[in-house]
Design a protein around this ligand. Sequence first.
Ligand SMILES: CC(C)(COP(=O)(O)OP(=O)(O)OC[C@H]1O[C@@H](n2cnc3c(N)ncnc32)[C@H](O)[C@@H]1OP(=O)(O)O)[C@@H](O)C(=O)NCCC(=O)NCCS
Length: 152
Amino acid sequence: MIRLMNNTDVRSVTNIEYKVQTHPWTMKQFEEAVQTYQSTVIEEDGKVIGFCILQPVLDEANLLLMAVDPDFQGKGYGYKLLEESINLLKNSPVQIFLEVRESNVAAIALYEKAGFHQIDLRKNYYPNPDGSREHAVIMVKSCSDDFASLFK
Ligand SMILES: CC(C)(COP(=O)(O)OP(=O)(O)OC[C@H]1O[C@@H](n2cnc3c(N)ncnc32)[C@H](O)[C@@H]1OP(=O)(O)O)[C@@H](O)C(=O)NCCC(=O)NCCS
């Protein structure tokens, strides 16, 4: 089940975040995300196992962060969470942008499956724990593709 995140989810969400990120968001950032963005969670048997944070901006949106608990990865939850979270956006965005570490092959494959494609590379964008830097892949999904295809 996918639903909007609330403050009582923040501890579970932060726990997942700390399991998967080298530079995790804090509880305070997730509390702010509940208020400011479209933040969603996915539950399995009443337990929060993933989250997705989308920032609507005018007629576009930015995917800021998403993750699935490592115990539940590779089972289709990430794809379902992303698709349904995009469908919940109230501003019906024309396009959705995101940036992702170049080495994150799982996330890039998920995003491509969900209709995103690479438009740019932001060099040395992300810090690594050893002090080095990593490129960010910038991706976009055009939400009007299905509509446009009706007229081809
Ligand atoms: C990226 C992430 C959210 C994917 O969630 P998930 O629930 O494991 O993904 P799904 O099981 O729904 O897989 C959907 C698609 O993603 C791709 N994918 C998922 N895991 C993959 C892996 N380990 N290697 C390559 N592709 C992978 C596949 O294309 C897959 O489709 P398929 O099953 O038809 O092949 C999850 O790996 C995660 O939380 N990673 C850590 C946090 C992170 O990197 N977040 C994104 C950047 S903010």
